[in-house]
Design a protein around this ligand. Structure first.
Ligand code: ZN
Length: 367
């Protein structure tokens, strides 16, 4: 069925995929890696176009991936915006959900649970439908109503908790032998799906420059990094691009690992990157240290970029404006970076139009 192998760097645990679904090491509890040979033979569309470079070959698809890239200038710099918000469930999380739930379905799981601040819940409920599974989503009560209603509309049940960290604890009570836990912050299958963002950008002509990525759990950064690394190892790309990570001042665990201390401020508007303790934080910090840098943003900076991006016609949620705010600030403080600047616009604003409208209206009355 497959030749990919789960591998634990901490204790050495190894097992081929095809028998069990693991979201972390069953022996020691550390995050797992995946080892497999890859072949570059893109054919077809979407995520399945790269099945020879993914850990499982059969993907039950709903048309995820293959998102367009749009070129625009901001302050004289060339940006390539990859419209990840045009995925079927309105965010890049559809890639990870498609791959993870295809594997769970292969193993005949019929129920799936996930903890999330929103977008991964939508992606999980959506791909549960595709795979004929029942989804239960554990999320904080303050998550946007639009996201919750979309999950309900897709047939998912919701369990609300007081905070996001409570959701991560509650979800563990719901796992049993018939129920798989997506665990996007841990699961290696989930972030390996995000390699396809790098492959698609490469096929669209991106072969040098800078990639700017928001870091919440880090699954996008881990995947995009691995994707470009694959392309270098395959001899298709000469060098890795520079990778700039963006976090918010209210929740900056990777920044703290690298710099030691976070400046004061509030970045709660970028709710999608408010992850306090990403399980793979050391890996993420190592990638940043080796290939780029990290920058922090606050609410005012996110709002300013959100307004600009909406003006340009990109209907995104506030979190998706964070990387643009981050890279503009980075260039102001550190000088020029190599262009073009590739920025995935991660999540759709259509799930929260009332909220977006009130944010922008408030800005107008302020100025
Ligand atoms: Zn282990």
């Amino acid at each position: 069925m497959t030749t990919a192998t789960y591998y634990c760097r901490r204790c050495g645990f190894k097992e081929e995929l095809g028998e069990h679904y693991y979201w972390r090491c069953p022996k020691c509890g550390a995050p797992l890696d995946l080892i497999y040979d890859i072949e570059w033979s893109p054919k077809g569309q979407g995520l399945a176009r790269y099945s020879d470079t993914l850990p499982i070959k059969r993907i039950n698809s709903l048309g995820e991936g293959g998102t367009p890239i749009v070129k625009r200038k901001i302050k004289g710099k060339t940006f390539l915006f990859k419209l990840e918000y045009l995925n079927p469930g309105g965010s890049f999380k559809d890639r990870g959900a498609a791959l993870t739930l295809s594997y769970a379905s292969m193993l005949n799981y019929r129920r799936v649970v996930e903890d999330t601040s929103g977008n991964t819940g939508i992606a999980t409920a959506l791909y549960a439908r595709v795979n004929n599974m029942q989804a239960t989503i554990v999320m904080p009560q303050y998550a946007p109503e639009g996201k919750k209603n979309l999950i309900r509309l897709l047939g998912g049940s919701i369990i609300e908790t007081p905070t996001r960290p409570d959701a991560a604890v509650k979800v563990l009570e719901l796992i049993d032998e018939k129920t798989c836990y997506v665990a996007h912050t841990w699961n290696p299958l989930f972030f390996h799906a995000n390699k396809t963002v790098a492959y698609e950008a490469f096929e669209a002509g991106f072969n040098h420059g800078t990639v700017v990525l928001p870091i919440g759990s880090g699954s996008l950064l881990l995947g995009v990094y691995q994707g470009f690394k694959d392309l270098v190892e395959l001899g298709l790309l000469k060098d890795m691009p520079t990778i700039i990570g963006v976090q918010g001042v209210s929740s900056a665990p990777i920044y703290e690992l690298i710099r030691g201390k976070t400046p004061e401020g509030d970045s709660s508007i970028a709710d999608g990157i408010m992850v306090r303790d990403p399980p793979r934080k050391y890996e993420i910090a190592d990638i940043i240290k080796k290939h780029g840098d990290i920058v922090l943003i606050n609410n005012d900076e996110v709002l300013e970029s959100l307004k600009e991006l909406l003006k340009m016609g990109f209907i995104i949620e506030p979190t998706s404006a964070a990387p643009v705010a981050g890279i503009l600030k980075y260039m102001e403080n550190n000088g020029d970076i190599e262009e073009p600047i590739l920025v995935p616009l991660t999540g759709s604003g259509l799930k929260m139009i009332d909220y977006l409208y009130s944010l922008i209206r408030k800005m107008k009355t302020k100025t």
